[in-house]
Design a protein around this ligand. Structure first.
Ligand code: MG
Length: 165
């Protein structure tokens, strides 16, 4: 399942390493020992979740149908123009951040504004339609950052308990 998900993203121009780089830039200020490998592992963990996979399948399918001109109107035109008031792309992406709580949601809002790296590249389209994928990618990154923050916190708590015993 995870391999299929990673391949589907790759076919749409998105690599796990590109997502991990942005997770790293979000979380590095809080964790001095952070590595890219740890960020990549958290991206992979997010991508194994069924809720996440279902959102990605749905969004990419709509992007591809729009690219092929196969959606009914007015949706086809909305997707071609990436109509800013459409908003369903963000709502689908929020179904991913909902799984990972408030840190994921605030990071998603930040990435939606700053459009770092691959998110900005997808947003500029470059011949393809990525109405859904840019938001899905931002939400996967935001969720991986939140997951990492929670894991790190849990680990440091366990360490502090061990020191006491
Ligand atoms: Mg969008």
């Amino acid at each position: 399942m995870l391999d299929g998900m990673i391949k589907m993203l790759k076919d749409r121009g998105v690599e796990v390493a590109q997502l991990a780089e942005i997770v790293f830039s979000l979380q590095k200020p809080y964790h001095s020992t952070l590595t890219l490998e740890e960020c990549e592992e958290n991206v992979r963990r997010v991508l194994t979740k069924r809720e996440v996979q279902h959102a990605v399948y749905t969004g990419i399918a709509l992007d591809m149908l729009a690219e092929a001109g196969n959606l009914p109107e007015p949706l086809q035109k909305i997707m071609e123009q990436d109509e800013p008031l459409y908003g369903i792309d963000e709502i689908l992406a929020l179904s991913i951040t909902n799984v990972y709580g408030s840190i994921a949601m605030t990071n998603f809002g930040y990435l939606d504004k700053t459009k770092q790296g691959i998110i900005g590249k997808l947003n500029n389209h470059e011949g393809q339609i990525h109405v859904f994928l840019d938001d899905l990618v931002a939400s996967i990154i935001a969720s991986a950052a939140a997951r990492l923050a929670h894991q790190r916190h849990a680990r440091s708590y366990e360490d502090s308990q061990r020191d006491k015993s």
